[in-house]
Write a protein that binds this ligand. Structure first.
Ligand code: AMP
Length: 364
């Protein structure tokens, strides 16, 4: 596994009952996944280290996106790499990603690539205002983007973000009603399974909570699954793929996708028959996928900046705690909890008591 963060940690934990062994590549010797297997300590772009990893395993996977895609392609000539490097390349670049959505008929925001100051005016004519200026690459948790309501603010955003490697993209700012995500999985035999749609709340671009099942019309779920199916099939995808959507006027608008297990699917550890982590591993190792049905209603809440106190949290019924063993730092996800309940009414009784205990610290 390239990357040894919390996703790597939860993947490896899910792999233990399957009898899988893991080797990680991570710049840090004591990364969250290091409790679960040896770590090759090296930068992600270290060619020799990536090949050393590939030589030690049957299949290479990755748990985050800021990798050198060309290196992954090179490795894929010698070792099975899943999800396929093409999926990573597309997801790394917001422009390629939105162009693929368009090509496959997946509705997305209006967007225009911006390579210089002179492009801005024409771009705004297409996107309208307010607009969101984003770096095409290396953005996460709301970093590398700015919302602008008028030409002056847009200019300021441009001054701040210009020079980002890979250039910029301007998008229409969607006044969405809700944010949803779909976790999908495709195995080596092209069998596809979907988890129920989750409804997500972001604060300052960082995921605060995810609730399943999202309370949406069957039509919306069907549409989301159709879009995911097109993407999975087009990319000849193997593993878990996450797609984030806005819901506006009852219609889905795809924002982005991630070629990996996803924060908006962490509830699946306790709340689904088979977790997203286990299904990703089943898929990439050639095993059949597990059932994705829910075991109840669930809410995931992230601990951002620092961990909560465990004792009072675990007094709440149905609450499960996950500590990623990361040093606390503003805006950093250091853990999460999932509350599982037999009904929406029961879950809603726990929710306020849970939310009030979960830190969300983004500035020191
Ligand atoms: P992203 O990095 O694209 O996932 O953006 C992080 C969050 O910023 C999203 O989950 C939304 O809450 C918000 N956001 C991003 N793009 C847009 C957009 N085009 N319109 C409205 N909100 C957006």
């Amino acid at each position: 596994m390239i990357g040894g963060g919390q996703l790597g940690r939860m993947l490896a934990w899910a792999g233990l009952p399957l009898g899988l062994d893991f080797v990680f590549l991570d710049p840090s010797a004591d990364s969250p996944a290091s409790a679960f297997g040896p770590v090759i300590v090296a930068p992600f772009e270290d060619r020799e280290a990536v090949f050393k990893l590939a030589g030690a395993v049957d299949v290479v996977t990755y748990e985050f996106e800021n990798l050198a895609a060309h290196l992954l392609r090179e490795v894929a000539a010698a070792r099975l790499v899943l999800p396929p490097p093409l999926a990573l390349e597309v997801s790394q670049d917001r422009l390629l990603e939105k162009q693929l959505f368009q090509k496959l008929g997946v509705p997305t925001t209006r967007f225009v690539p911006v390579s210089g100051r002179d492009d801005l005016e024409a771009a705004v004519a297409t996107t309208g205002l307010p607009a969101v200026l984003k770096t095409r690459r290396f953005g996460y948790d709301g970093r590398g983007q700015a919302v602008a309501g008028d030409a002056a603010l847009l200019d300021a955003a441009f001054q701040r973000l210009m020079g980002a490697p890979g250039g910029l993209i301007l998008e229409n700012h969607v006044s969405f009603e809700r944010e949803l995500s779909l976790i999908a999985c495709r195995d080596r035999a092209a069998e596809i399974r979907f988890y129920p749609l989750a409804e997500n709340v972001h604060q300052q671009g960082i995921l605060r909570s995810s609730r399943v099942p999202a309370d949406v019309d069957a039509e919306v779920s069907r549409a989301a699954m159709g879009y995911a199916r097109s993407l999975l099939t087009h990319l000849d995808y193997v593993g878990v793929l996450a797609i984030e959507f806005f819901l506006k006027n009852g219609k889905l608008i795809a924002n982005e996708m991630a070629p990996r297990v996803h924060n908006t699917g962490h509830w699946s550890i306790e709340a689904a028959e088979t977790s997203q982590f286990e299904n990703h591993l089943r898929a990439i190792t050639g095993l059949p996928l597990g059932e994705t049905r829910l075991r109840g209603e669930a809410l995931l809440v992230n601990a951002v900046g620092r961990l909560p106190e465990i004792h009072p949290l675990l007094e709440l019924p149905g609450v499960h705690f996950h500590d990623y063993r990361k040093a606390p730092r503003p805006a950093r996800k250091v853990g999460h909890v999932t509350a599982l309940a037999a009904s929406a009414a029961e879950l809603e009784k726990v929710m306020p008591k849970l939310l009030v205990q979960m830190p969300f610290e983004t500035v020191s």
